[in-house]
Design a binder for this molecule. Structure first.
Ligand SMILES: [Zn+2]
Length: 138
């Protein structure tokens, strides 16, 4: 078993997958299954902004734009956050979060991460993932 969570997502169940192509993938991730939270990642293991190739980076912009639009369409989120720390998992990836319109102001921005311990709900996360998948293919 891989100790790299983003690498291990290549084995995610189909219902957790929002998007996949040759290079990129977006899934509901074990441990981060808050409804509207996803991991966008390069499928191959590479680290930091120096890791991706120019071709991979050229694909990233349009994909991030499509994904953000699909998440907004599927969830009604006024903002879609893209967070990348490279701290716990050095693998090049983003935590992509639909910010709920009703979220209290003191939980917006990076403070949204404080929702993780009490808001994990796999079934609800997979339901949101299905809606985003549909929006991506529309
Ligand atoms: Zn990895």
């Amino acid at each position: 078993m891989s100790t790299c969570l983003p690498c291990a997502l290549d084995d995610a169940d189909d219902e957790a997958v929002v998007y996949r192509d040759r290079a990129w993938a977006c899934e509901v991730s074990d441990g981060y299954e808050v409804p509207g939270w996803f991991v966008l990642r390069l499928r191959r293991h590479t680290e930091g902004w120096t890791g991706p190739t120019a071709a991979e980076l050229a694909e990233f912009g349009p994909l991030a734009q499509r994904l953000s639009a699909a998440i907004q369409q599927a969830t009604g989120a006024p903002r879609v956050y893209f967070m990348s720390f490279g701290e716990n998992y050095r693998h090049f990836h983003f935590l992509v979060i639909a910010r709920d319109p009703a979220l209290q102001p003191d939980r917006r921005g990076a403070a949204i991460l404080s929702l993780l311990p009490d808001h994990r709900d796999l079934a609800a996360s997979l339901a949101v993932a299905a809606k985003v998948r549909t929006a991506l293919t529309a």
